[in-house]
Design a binder for this molecule. Structure first.
Ligand SMILES: CC(=O)SCCNC(=O)CCNC(=O)[C@H](O)C(C)(C)COP(=O)(O)OP(=O)(O)OC[C@H]1O[C@@H](n2cnc3c(N)ncnc32)[C@H](O)[C@@H]1OP(=O)(O)O
Ligand SMILES: CC(C)C(=O)C(=O)O
Length: 512
């Protein structure tokens, strides 16, 4: 850490609240992300995961918006241990819908900025304050805990904003929420605003920051540094437009950078992020902090070398902390240390020449813009090994019977690890019959699937040379290629298939 240690920085520069509440609004603001509509069951599934994770409050929905919302809010309230919140405009019928859902915590809002007053609500400042007070009083009269939001607070005149907050506090509001509705805050302005609010009010301060300029997380952390008691967040940062501050970013930053532990089981973060992404249909960018596919993936040789010695060289936290896992990727930027570790992982032992050949093929493929999967790497390595090692299966004999009115029959003799075996099989043609015979002969040795079979005549005429290319796979998901050229298409096919099978067998042997 640059400069003083975090405990000193906290003491000298921060005004941290004793307790920081995590208010999750994935089911309300998150669901407002264009194109997302959750069923009651989906909402319940997400709410139960959030409850298990340990958030303090779940904003389950906007009850006035539909019957389904009332039903899901009510069901969630009955199923979870944490507080269930319902959103309402400062309108009695919206508050009644919160009550219909049996909730006891309401989040009510009214736009306070000149834009919202003049163009949306067409209300004077006085009318805004009166409407807000009426709603808070109505909610209190019905026994609700009330969180009040001055929508578009950050584009509201300072004096008026404070007048509104003062009025709702007097009317009984229990939490004052500060929405940065269109994400225009910067950390320095956040600092000023939250510090001023903390100096004026004893009512807990909450923040709801949007991410239009990519500053939602930074602003939320700044607010917490200045004493904010609660952060509104969503899983994966989903929400209106560019979303809200991300639950996983706030929780992990507080833990790792500030040494502040909330009662959140961080090891569930990756799973919950994945299920929210699947249920909402909003894909996570691969570079998404904490939960993206690349958050703990490394390709660059220098980084992987560091990681292999001590993962903290290139990772700020361990993937296990958030239930994620580390991946070493092979590609254009791979170094020898990375390749060695990956081959060790697959139990593949290459001599120096084979290793160099595989390494240069990886670089050449990378230069062509290709990505290299684990199974590609295994194939490259097996190709090297198979050119140097003895062949497990050798073709010893082939007899074919083929005609127009009889089914094709092939008799194949193979030497499998030194033992001769022979069988006959039928098929829709001679190639099919021969491959069926091979499959039957090796069934105790290898469970193999022919994934791809391509034949090309490489010279013209009926005696043209046929080149056959195949891809086979085994039950472990390993793949290998086989290739053969022969003037007899059946022979070329058999030899290509045996070539790929032999590579899979060699890989099995190195893996044992
Ligand atoms: C910043 C935020 O995220 S706020 C939450 C936004 N979320 C949503 O809007 C999702 C759910 N919304 C809905 O289902 C619907 O919009 C409803 C049920 C709330 C309202 O539907 P409708 O009555 O058809 O109104 P519509 O959505 O077209 O317009 C909003 C109305 O609310 C009014 N309004 C907005 N906020 C307030 C408020 N705090 N107090 C009083 N009226 C308000 C607007 O002025 C407008 O009124 P008008 O129709 O009389 O001009
Ligand atoms: C309802 C309020 C808090 C809101 O979602 C916003 O202003 O973004």
């Amino acid at each position: 850490m640059y400069g003083k240690d975090m405990e000193t920085i906290k003491k000298e520069n921060m005004n941290l609240a004793d307790k920081i509440y995590i208010f999750d609004t994935t089911l309300r603001d998150g669901e407002q992300a264009p194109g997302v509509a959750l069923t009651v069951d989906e909402k319940i599934q997400i709410a139960q995961s959030l409850d298990k994770l340990g958030v303090d409050k779940i904003e389950a929905g906007f009850p006035a918006s539909s019957k389904g919302e009332i039903e899901s809010c009510r069901k969630i309230h009955n199923l979870v241990d944490c507080t269930t919140v319902g959103l309402a405009r400062t309108v009695f019928k919206d508050i009644d819908a919160v009550l219909d859902a049996d909730l006891d915590y309401m989040h009510t809002f009214i736009g306070t900025s000149p834009l919202h007053r003049d163009y949306k609500l067409k209300m004077s400042k006085e009318k805004i304050i009166e409407t807000a007070i009426n709603a808070v009083e109505y909610g209190k009269d019905h026994g609700l805990t009330i969180e009040f939001s001055a929508e578009d607070a950050t584009r509201t005149e300072g004096d008026f904003l404070f007048d509104v907050y003062r009025s709702v506090v007097d009317a009984g509001a229990d939490f004052l929420n500060v929405p940065d509705t269109v994400g225009v805050l910067t950390p320095i302005v956040t600092k000023q605003l939250i510090t001023d609010l903390k100096n004026e009010f004893t009512t807990p301060i909450s923040v709801h920051f949007h991410n239009d300029f990519g500053l939602a997380t930074a602003n939320t952390l700044t607010a917490i540094e200045c004493g904010a008691n609660q952060a509104h967040v969503t899983v994966n940062g989903i929400g209106e437009r560019t979303g809200n501050s991300a639950l996983e970013e706030i929780v992990v930053a507080l833990h790792a950078a500030y040494g502040i532990d909330l009662d959140i089981d961080t090891t569930q973060l990756y799973n919950i992020s994945d299920s929210v992404s699947r249920i909402t249909g909003i894909k996570k960018p691969v570079n998404k902090p904490i939960v993206g596919d690349n958050a703990f993936a490394h390709e660059s040789g220098i980084h992987v070398h560091g990681i292999l010695n001590n993962a903290l060289t290139y990772e700020p936290i361990s993937p296990e902390l958030v239930g994620h896992s580390r991946r070493i990727i092979i590609g254009k930027h791979t170094g020898a240390n990375a390749l060695k570790s990956k081959l060790d992982e697959f139990n593949i032992d290459l001599n120096e020449e084979q290793f160099d050949n595989v390494f240069s093929q990886i670089k050449a493929l990378g230069d062509k813009g290709k990505t290299i999967t684990d199974s590609d790497l295994k194939s490259l390595a097996i190709n090297e090994i198979s050119s140097a090692k003895e062949t497990p299966i050798v073709l010893k004999g082939l007899g074919l019977l083929s005609g127009a009115i009889v089914s094709s029959t092939a008799t194949v003799k193979l030497e499998i690890y030194g033992e001769e075996k022979e069988t006959s099989a039928t098929g829709v043609g001679p190639v099919d019959a021969a491959l069926n015979a091979i499959r039957s002969l090796i069934q105790d040795t290898l469970d193999v699937e022919l994934e791809e079979y391509n034949v090309e005549a490489i010279t013209g005429g009926t005696d043209a040379l046929a080149e056959v290319f195949v891809i086979s796979s085994d039950s472990e998901g390993n793949k290998s290629t086989g290739r053969s050229t022969n003037e007899d298409i059946v022979m070329a096919s058999i030899l290509a298939v045996l070539d790929s099978i032999n590579k899979l067998l060699l890989l099995q042997r190195v893996n044992q």
